[in-house]
Design a protein around this ligand. Structure first.
Ligand code: COA
Length: 168
């Protein structure tokens, strides 16, 4: 059964729990602790807190509109989504439910035609989680991400607005 999760704007009291890290796939070196909640403008960059079915802070989902567009016009731009869950909240379906909800929010409240995600070729949990959320694997992006001392290969995923009928 799909997990019931809630996405809501970040509150100041969420911040100590939203540390990031604690995953080899999120190791980009020291980071400054957030001192204020992230923006949640779906047409720009932002993040939302993920609450699990007990109302606990499970982690966060984020998005940013790609500087790299697939054409020179604004209509060829699309958001890329990301996620980080607290270790205690991984492996029970929260990730796929949260990413599916974020995709739905982006299609409902922006004119995006395409929502993308990218994850390491070795991040099998995120690949499976994205597939359960309805994104399709499109291909391997070779050496696109510098992380923890090396260039890493990733997998590009996407879902189109016109795919939604397939998801419901
Ligand atoms: C990646 C992440 C978001 C996934 O969320 P999650 O709630 O743990 O994942 P879900 O429970 O929705 O789905 C995970 C799926 O992957 C599978 N899986 C987990 N580890 C796996 C592995 N090593 N090999 C193959 N499949 C694996 C699980 O069995 C599950 O599939 P199933 O439901 O068909 O059994 C979460 O684990 C996380 O925050 N990790 C650390 C940060 C991170 O990697 N973020 C993404 C960076 S791009």
């Amino acid at each position: 059964m799909r997990q019931v999760v809630v996405l809501r704007p970040q509150l100041p009291e969420d911040l100590p729990l939203l540390t990031g890290g604690e995953s080899p796939f999120d190791d980009f070196g020291p980071r400054r602790p957030a001192t204020q909640p992230a923006d949640c403008d779906l047409e720009d960059s932002g993040a939302l807190t993920v609450l699990d079915d007990d109302g606990e802070v499970a982690g966060e989902v984020s998005w940013h509109w790609q500087a790299r567009r697939w054409g020179p016009n604004a209509a060829s731009g699309c958001p890329m989504i990301g996620i980080w869950l607290r270790p205690t909240h991984r492996g029970r379906g929260v990730g796929s439910a949260a990413q599916q909800q974020l995709v739905e929010l982006l299609f409902t409240h922006t004119a995006a035609h395409r929502v993308e995600a990218h994850t390491d070729v070795e991040n099998l949990a995120e690949q499976r989680s994205l597939e359960k959320a309805g994104l399709l694997r499109e291909g391997v992006v070779r050496g696109g991400q510098w992380r923890d001392g090396a260039y890493r290969d990733g997998v590009l995923y996407a879902v189109l607005r016109t795919d939604l009928a397939r998801l419901t």
